[in-house]
Each structure stands twice: as C-alpha cells, then as structure tokens.
Write a protein that binds this ligand. Structure first.
Ligand SMILES: [Zn+2]
Length: 526
C-alpha cells in the first residue's frame, strides 16, 4: 500500500503456536533468556545483603496528603509503624515513604530536598528503620520536570525549568515542548534521556536519597510510558523515536547503579513498571496486578475482556525481583479486596505490599493488617527463595469458590483536584478465593504457594507434578502459616493432594527429590 510500507532493519519471522499463554511465553522465554539482558540471574548480581537473605514485603505510608498539603504521619510515626509490623511478623520490611518531598509529592527534580519534615527527622526515621533491621524506600521522578503543581501551598518551578529544564526537554517536530497534565493542576514536562545533564540529574537525585539514609530508590515515571520521541536537533541523537532512547536510559541506569553501590553496597534500584532491556541494572520493579482495578489500570468491561497474567515474572522471574505497588490499603473496610491484593501478590511472584495512603479510617483494619502480617512472614521466609529468585512454573488448575470483592476506586476528582479515592462508589471484581502459583527454586525444589484470601474455609484438590525433576521418589513438605511438617516421604509424582485451608491462610507445598537438602538458598532466617 503506497505510503504504508515499512522495512525494519532486522529480520522478522511469523508463526503460529498451539496452546495457552504459558506455551506462548515458553517460546519467547527460550529466546529471551539467551539475550544480553539475561547474562546474570538476580542471585548472581551485586545485590544488597537484605535482598539476598530476605524481606517480607513493603509497607507504604505518606507523610502528608495532597493537594491540600496537610501532615498525616510524622516520619517518626512511619518508622515506628513499619518497625512494629516487622517485629510482629518476624521479617524485615521495606518502609516506603510517600509524599516526603519539600515542595509536595512528585515535585522533582527541584522540589525534593530537604524533605518536608526536615533532613534531621527524615534521617532519624531512616536510622530507626535500619536499627530494627528494616529498609527505607522512596520514589524519585524519572526524566520528568514537575514545573507547576496546584497544591496548597502551590509548587512552582517554572523559572528554574526555563533556565535549566527547557534545553533538556523533549521537543516536538515543530520544536515546541508539550506540557502534560496527568492530573488537573499538574504541569509536567518530559525530559530527553540523551543529554548528559539529564542523566546527571537522575544520578544526583538517587545519590541524595541514599545520603538521607534510604536504601531503596524507585525511579518513577520510567519506563512505564514507553520510549520517548525527541526532535531537538541540538541533542546528540537522531530525531524521533529510536534505539538511542533505550541506550541512553541504560547508560544512566548503569551509572546510577555504579555510583549508588559505591555509596551504599546495600542499596537497591527499582523503576515504575519494567522493560526487559533494563533488567541488568534493576533489583526490583513496581508491579500492579494485585490491585490494578483500584488505581484504574484495569476494570471490567474493557474491550476484549482481559485477565491479568504474570507474564513478565513467568519469563524473567529469576532475573529481577518485583513488589506490589500503587497504594495498597490496610485501613479500608473493603477487606476482601485488600486480602485478595496480598494473596495475589504471591500468586504473581511479587513481594506483597500493604499500607495506609487513603486517610480514612485512621487506623489499620484489624483483619487486613492481621493477614498482612501472615503474608509478609510467609513471603520473607518459606516463599522468599521462590518469589525472589525462583522460576515461575505453569500452575495446576484448582477448583475453588469464586468470591466477589468490593472496592472504592482511587481517583482524582477533577473539580476538587484530589489524589484519592471516591468513597461513595463501590465497584466489584470477582476472583478465585484461593490465589496460587508454582515455582522452581534454585535448589531444584518445586513450591506450590496457595493463599486463601477469603474469610471462609476452602477445601480442594491439587495435582502435584514433577516438573522435570525426574526422580522416582519425592519428599513433600507442607507449611501451613509457618508450621512445617513432612506430608509425604517417598511419594511418586504426579499425585493429587487434598488441601484444607482455613480462612485467610497460606499453605506452601514443597516438593523435592527424596534425600535432597532441605532449604533453598535465600530466605530470611530467624
Ligand atoms: Zn532529545
């Protein structure tokens, strides 16, 4: 077709396959894991000690609300809350502090420092976390200049932007700059990744967070939006889209990691979403499948339907870690939605996250927070070697009741400019009462992780397979909410086991060749 033809500078191959998404993923995985971004598995990289030995998950709290900037949890309260949850559950946690920036949430690159509660309070909170064995965590902006934010008090860095940001901004074909408004009252400009000053800005933000005592820093706004096009002819890249963008981001990530590890070998890097060719420089990424209806990434009735599948973790689970992101709430009365979120995290192969972002109610919900403690304990102990370093396997089919969970949708009410949920409107989602997944650990054992997210007992059968272990006899351990027993000795596979799960409980079945050693490497030890 005239004007519609296209010649890519590489070979392409089309084919068909038979099967489901696992079969398609297996074809891709066989190729992908031979590529340069899979040169090293996560276990074999220069990761933080705490990431190797195990953490149970993340707890997220905010220092103030937006857009009316009103304090809610002091830095000391945040550290105390995370430390108490860690002590009660017996595993280290990552304390994710939201809304800590001087100028208001996301006011990067110029609005961050010193933190709104002051450098001293911030550093003391980070030290309190560290002394209790926990780890501080914040987000920084990625290649994004937040020039004007209609908070109260407002944030305005337009003059700084014009002096320093404009030369770095992405330019449209006519040379102009596109000012974006992700939420009403937010004026945002994307910066080009190619200029050296853009990379330097990212490195500086990261290192300043390490100086404040944070060990985990997420470069937010990257790469969730995909690659950027830029037509600024003074920048050192060909105009438009191109591999230059990915290469420039890769150089920035490599430099950030190198400088960060010099400062603190126990630091870790995360990004908002993920892209496979950034894997070598990242420890974690922000994964939202467990609660993606809440934040509005997914809802029923989307064209062609669609269900979340852990595709990226199925392919790359051994190469990068992930945690559940975007405002998981442990205070809301919509309990089942949030217990499902915690269970779904394990089924998606990601560290579970709880938190308190929405201001009401002011206290934890006792059921949700109780389940959070159970989930993070399991995630940081028996599940950890599989969640963080294991290979996700095809999960067995199980026949369990379907539950309907209600939730209020986190949204930004345009006329009021609020970055919070609408508590008047209940939405609903249906899902399996038992969330589950199967993994192979680095020691060759296979773990079946089963999480009953409902407040009813659930009984069902599950078929355990040998997943290529090829032995004649297997030992099967059963761990129910941390209590480990030997379920079978010298069992043959495949075999069907009956599973009786209590309300809000976690059962892990670990299958290994009879006589092989007991504990997969990685995983928090008391
Ligand atoms: Zn450019």
């Amino acid at each position: 077709m005239a004007g519609q033809d296209f010649s890519p500078p590489y070979d392409t191959l089309f084919g068909v396959f038979h099967g489901d998404w696992y079969d398609a993923a297996d074809i891709y995985k066989a190729w992908a894991t031979q590529q340069w971004w899979c040169a090293k598995k996560l276990w074999d990289r220069d990761i933080a000690d705490w990431l190797r030995t195990g953490v149970g998950g993340v707890f997220q709290m905010s220092n103030y609300h937006i857009p009316e900037i009103t304090p809610n949890h002091s830095m000391g309260q945040i550290a105390d809350t995370v430390n108490e949850l860690s002590r009660q559950s017996g595993v280290p946690l990552l304390g994710l502090v939201f809304n800590w920036e001087r100028g208001g949430a996301w006011t990067g690159p110029k609005g961050f420092f010193p933190p709104r509660n002051g450098t001293r309070a911030f550093k003391e909170a980070m030290q309190a976390l560290r002394e209790a064995g926990n780890v501080g965590f914040v987000y920084i902006t990625g290649y994004t200049w937040y020039a004007g934010m209609q908070y109260n008090p407002p944030w305005d860095s337009w003059s700084l932007y014009e002096a320093e940001g404009q030369p770095l901004a992405l330019k449209q074909p006519d040379g102009s700059v596109n000012v974006m408004h992700w939420y009403p009252g937010w004026d945002i400009v994307r910066l080009c990744a190619a200029p050296e000053a853009s990379a330097q800005m990212q490195v500086d933000l990261f290192l300043k967070c390490l100086d404040l005592g944070c060990a985990v820093v997420q470069i937010d706004n990257l790469p969730c939006g995909g690659s950027d096009a830029c037509y600024d002819l003074t920048h050192d890249h060909p105009p438009g889209y191109g591999s230059w963008w990915s290469e420039a981001v890769g150089r920035m990530l490599a430099e950030t990691r190198r400088r960060g590890k010099e400062k603190n070998p126990n630091c870790a890097m995360s990004t908002e979403g993920v892209c496979e060719n950034f894997i070598p420089w990242l420890d974690l990424f922000d994964q939202r499948a467990p609660n993606m209806e809440y934040f509005g990434h997914y809802h029923r009735g989307l064209p062609a339907g669609g269900e979340t599948i852990p595709l990226f973790n199925y392919i790359y689970g051994e190469y990068i870690g992930a945690y559940c992101a975007a405002y998981p709430e442990c205070n809301r009365p919509e309990v089942l939605y949030w217990t499902r979120c915690l269970g779904k995290a394990l089924a998606q192969g990601v560290l579970p996250t709880g938190g308190r972002y929405f201001p009401d109610p002011r206290e934890h919900n006792p059921i949700t927070i109780g389940f959070y403690r159970k989930i993070v304990r399991a995630a940081g102990e028996e599940c950890y070697p599989y969640l963080m370093f294991g290979e996700m396997l095809r999960r067995p089919e199980i026949d369990v009741p379907i539950v309907t969970a209600h939730y209020c949708k986190f949204n930004y009410v345009p006329e009021r400019g609020e970055h919070r949920m609408d508590p008047q409107q209940l939405h609903q989602v249906t899902d399996a009462s038992v969330q589950h997944a199967a993994f192979r650990g680095r020691d060759g054992s296979v773990a079946y992780i089963l999480v009953n997210v409902s407040e009813d007992a659930v009984n069902f059968e599950v078929e355990l397979s040998d997943h290529g272990m090829g032995a004649r006899r297997y030992t099967i351990d059963r761990i129910v909410d941390g209590d480990r027993t030997v379920l079978r000795r010298a069992a043959s596979l495949p075999r069907t086991e009956s599973v009786e799960m209590g309300p809000l409980s976690i059962t892990v079945l670990i299958v290994r060749r009879a006589g092989s050693r007991k504990v997969a490497p990685g995983g928090h030890q008391h």
